[in-house]
Design a protein around this ligand. Structure first.
Ligand code: ADP
Length: 387
């Protein structure tokens, strides 16, 4: 490759400048010697034959200038030595002028052809060079990209581990805090109730109203803490997944919850619910929270009607809990699964129940969602793998 580049890349040939003209002289000289040697056999015939070869050789080795020079020398040598009248640069016949012109023309065409060939080869070489350089640059970029990817992956892994550690610590702190907050809260609640019981007359009507507000606020606060702790427990549970008889679990749950049998409440399980792979405690928590909400979020003059049903979708089971409640506005349907998010502030609640459902579903490898129309009702779904 390197050798070729030297040869073809040179402007004229491998002998450039003065050396190219020396090649012209040498090759014309050689052609002259050969033609002189053959002169007794050829006579006036083939005066230019060896000089054609001399021109070809000169053009190839010395380039276009020396090539043209060789062709002129060839004409002069032929006319002087071989074309009658010999030892003169003039010709006798017009055909001899034509032959000389043809020789010069052929030499010029050959020079042009070799030049064109050389420049085509040079540009092909330049393209090959550029392609080679681009290839090398691409390889280098790919290597660099791989290196950066590896660095990035290890950084992400390291930061994720640190983040997990921090989140675990934070969750632990918030869990302990919530737990420890309940004791003083209970004391405040109990003392407020004692005041209401024993000193109600001395405190007076306005004081009693304030005390009742303290009791209600403390109860609400206690519920909030209890729900937060329940979320923490769900999130930190070491869960073992296994075969769950969902139909039995749901029917037992309905049996054991008095609010689901309150007068006017109707709850119906459609068909036999299929078994799933999950965790009994988490699944019970999911249905319990969904049922409680279905009973709670109904308009004042409406009797809650709840339907539980299932759909098999390949290896997945989708459970539906449908109600005739107040419904949920479209823009709130996603955020209500976040902690402390609520869509109906006029109803009591902590905004944690659905966050627990989502966490529990995720821990069991499932998903949860809702379809709802305000004023008509909601359909919560829970997807799990079938057993
Ligand atoms: P909480 O019930 O304690 O407020 P949840 O996390 O269980 O908390 O529910 C979040 C919010 O989602 C509720 O405040 C309510 O606005 C809405 N919601 C949940 N279930 C229903 C339902 N079945 N019908 C209408 N709204 C609901």
């Amino acid at each position: 490759m390197e050798y070729d580049r030297c040869r073809l890349g040179a402007k004229g040939g491998i002998f450039s400048g003065f050396r190219g003209y020396a090649v012209a002289l040498a090759s014309v000289g050689l052609a002259l010697v050969i033609r002189l040697a053959l002169d007794p056999y050829l006579g006036d015939l083939g005066a230019y034959a060896p000089f054609y070869l001399a021109v070809v050789l000169t053009v190839w080795l010395g380039g276009s200038g020396p090539g043209l020079c060789a062709s002129i020398l060839g004409v002069l040598a032929s006319s002087w030595f071989f074309i009658p009248p010999r030892h003169s640069f003039l010709f006798e016949k017009p055909a001899d002028y034509a032959a000389a012109g043809l020789f010069l023309l052929a030499s010029a065409i050959f020079v042009a052809f070799v030049q064109a060939l050389r420049s085509a080869l040079r540009s092909a070489e330049a393209s090959a060079d550029r392609a080679e350089q681009a290839g090398r640059a691409l390889e280098e970029s790919e290597l660099r990209l791989k290196e950066l990817n590896l660095q990035l992956e290890s950084k992400v892994a390291e930061r994720t581990a640190r983040l997990r550690e921090t989140v675990a610590k934070l969750e632990h702190v918030s869990y302990s805090l919530s737990h420890d907050m309940r004791a003083p809260l209970r004391a405040m609640h109990n003392f407020a109730e004692l005041l209401l019981l024993d000193y109600s007359e001395r405190i007076g009507g306005e004081g009693n109203a304030y005390l009742r507000q303290i009791v209600t606020a403390a109860e609400r606060m206690d519920k909030l803490i209890k729900d937060t702790l329940a979320y923490g427990r769900a999130a930190h549970q070491d869960i073992a997944l296994g075969h769950i008889d969902t139909d039995r679990l749901v029917r037992n749950l309905i049996e054991s919850y008095p609010q689901l049998h309150a007068p006017g409440v109707e709850i119906r399980v459609e068909g036999t619910l299929p078994a799933v792979t999950g965790n009994a405690a988490l699944l019970e928590q999911c249905f319990c929270n969904l049922f409680n909400n279905a009973v709670k979020f109904v308009a004042r003059d409406t009797n809650p009607r709840i339907k539980v049903r299932s759909e098999q979708q390949g290896p997945i089971v989708r459970f539906w809990v449908e109600d005739n409640g107040i419904g949920i506005p479209k823009e709130a349907q996603e955020r209500i699964f976040e902690m402390f998010e609520r869509a109906a502030p006029e109803h009591e609640g902590s905004g944690i129940g659905l966050a627990i459902v989502r966490k529990a579903a995720e821990l069991m490898g499932g998903k949860v969602g809702v379809q709802s129309k305000p004023g008509i009702g909601s359909r919560f779904w829970l997807e799990l793998s079938s057993a």
